[in-house]
Design a protein around this ligand. Structure first.
Ligand code: HEM
Length: 408
């Protein structure tokens, strides 16, 4: 990692190497120290936390807020979402977080997730049929890992077929914004807002047996004054947005990264094809080894805090690098090796503490089902380009491949 050129020896680190080759850059950072001053891709200064124990305890530390109102002036200069998308769980602390999470957990039941197993399998088989009919090669991201979660999450929320839009383009704009073209981001946000507001109005008029109808019922009931449990209209729209956004992008890349890991480890591919009952355990190691979740999760200290012996003033941006924590040899010996026999308890790929991923059971179900169907269908699955030609997206908000050309 290089010091940034313009500001001298104590200058924040330049994060370019992190975007180019995150695991190597994180290894060097963990070695050099637990916490580093950096300048983010958006030009914002921040503190990057890299070691497992520090990241894990910071994720559970109530003094570290998700609410941007705790940012010091200049501590957050990211793009602003309108309140109808921003009032979501990932920007909130208790008690608002506790109230809303309780409501959504009620609607997001294990039964509802389990009921998706067969539909997920059918979606996977349908996509594989289409790939087979076209005769290969194919882009595993565009043709399989991408369309699968979007179909599943739209089914879960109850987004009618005719209303499914180009969510990929919208989420892309949020995850890898183009600083030279801010209008593209604005357009995507406007389109999303219009979409969610319209969808909720339609569901309110004609409820179905789906998650969004349940959430609307909760909102409308509480308006009647049940007391305590309330969900505002902005919170309802923001929740729909978060579930679609969070449930989509991460799952695409969990599947894509897992397939690449298997192509890099052909003996594992053969073993898992022979014994798909091992897939659930393998998915935990896929999550640890090359998980799709934000390489760095943002928090704002409500008071001065000490992390890894470094004092961080209240309100300054803190980035918790869960991808780095999951490769910390102090917690996972030989951490850079893919080893599904290892003790994986406490990996942080799905977060930790009160914000632990709400969609974790669904993410696991989708990954296991998608991989099982793929391995069974294409025994000769292989990369269709030289390994060195593959490109990851350059974003601290996601770890995933731009495309994954395969043949069989
Ligand atoms: C492989 C897939 C996934 C990964 C790696 C993942 C990762 C994460 C992580 C790391 C967090 C915590 C963020 C933080 O503490 O700031 C989180 C929270 C969340 N995830 Fe996921 N996620 C995945 C799939 C899903 C799915 C499928 C859904 C919904 C259907 C979902 C919905 C959510 C929600 C609503 C939260 C916020 C929970 C809260 O704040 O209480 N995620 N996820």
């Amino acid at each position: 990692m290089q010091k940034s050129a313009e500001t001298g020896p104590d200058a924040p680190l330049d994060i370019t190497p992190l975007l180019d080759d995150p695991y190597a850059a994180y290894a060097a950072l963990r070695e050099a120290g637990p916490v580093h001053r950096i300048t983010g891709a958006d030009g914002n200064p921040a503190w990057l936390v890299t070691r497992y124990e520090d990241v894990r305890s910071a994720l559970a530390d109530p003094r570290l807020s998700l609410d941007k109102r705790h940012a010091a002036p200049g501590g957050f200069r990211g793009f602003a979402l309108p309140p109808a998308l921003d009032a979501n769980l990932l920007n909130m602390d208790p008690p608002d977080h506790t109230r809303i999470r309780r409501l959504v957990v009620k609607a997001f039941t294990p039964g509802r997730v389990e009921a998706l197993r067969e539909p997920v399998r059918r979606v996977a088989e349908g996509l594989l049929d289409a790939m087979e009919e076209r005769g290969g090669p194919a882009d595993l991201i565009a043709d399989y890992a991408g369309p699968l979660p979007i179909t599943v999450i739209c089914d879960l929320l109850g987004v009618p077929q005719r209303d499914r839009r180009d969510f990929r383009a919208w989420t892309d704009r949020l995850i890898t914004p183009d600083p030279a073209r801010p209008e593209l981001m604005k357009q995507a946000i406007g389109a999303m807002l219009e979409f969610y507001t319209g969808l909720i109005a339609a569901k309110r008029a004609e409820p179905g047996d789906d998650l969004l109808s349940d959430l609307i019922a909760v909102r409308d009931e509480t308006d009647g004054g049940r007391g305590g449990d309330r969900l505002t209209e902005d919170e309802l729209t923001s929740l729909a947005f978060l579930i679609l956004f969070g449930g989509y992008e991460n799952t695409v890349h969990l599947i894509g990264n897992a397939v690449l890991t298997l192509l890099d480890h052909p003996e594992q591919l053969r073993m898992l094809r022979r014994d798909p009952a091992e897939l659930p355990a393998a998915v935990e190691e896929f999550l640890r080894y090359d998980g799709p979740a934000p390489l760095a999760i943002r928090r704002f200290p409500k008071e001065d805090v000490e992390i890894g012996g470094v004092r961080i003033p209240a309100g300054e941006s803190v980035l918790l690098a869960i991808a780095s924590a999951n490769r910390d040899a102090a917690r996972f010996p030989d951490a850079d090796a893919f080893d599904r026999g290892r003790d994986l308890s406490g990996h942080l790929a799905l977060g930790h503490g009160i914000h632990y991923c709400l969609g974790a059971p669904l993410a696991r179900l989708e990954a296991v089902t998608a991989l099982e169907a793929l391995l069974a269908r294409f025994p000769g699955l292989r990369l269709d380009v030289p390994r060195g030609d593959l490109r990851h997206r350059r974003a601290l908000r996601a770890r995933g491949l731009i495309s994954l050309p395969v043949a069989w």
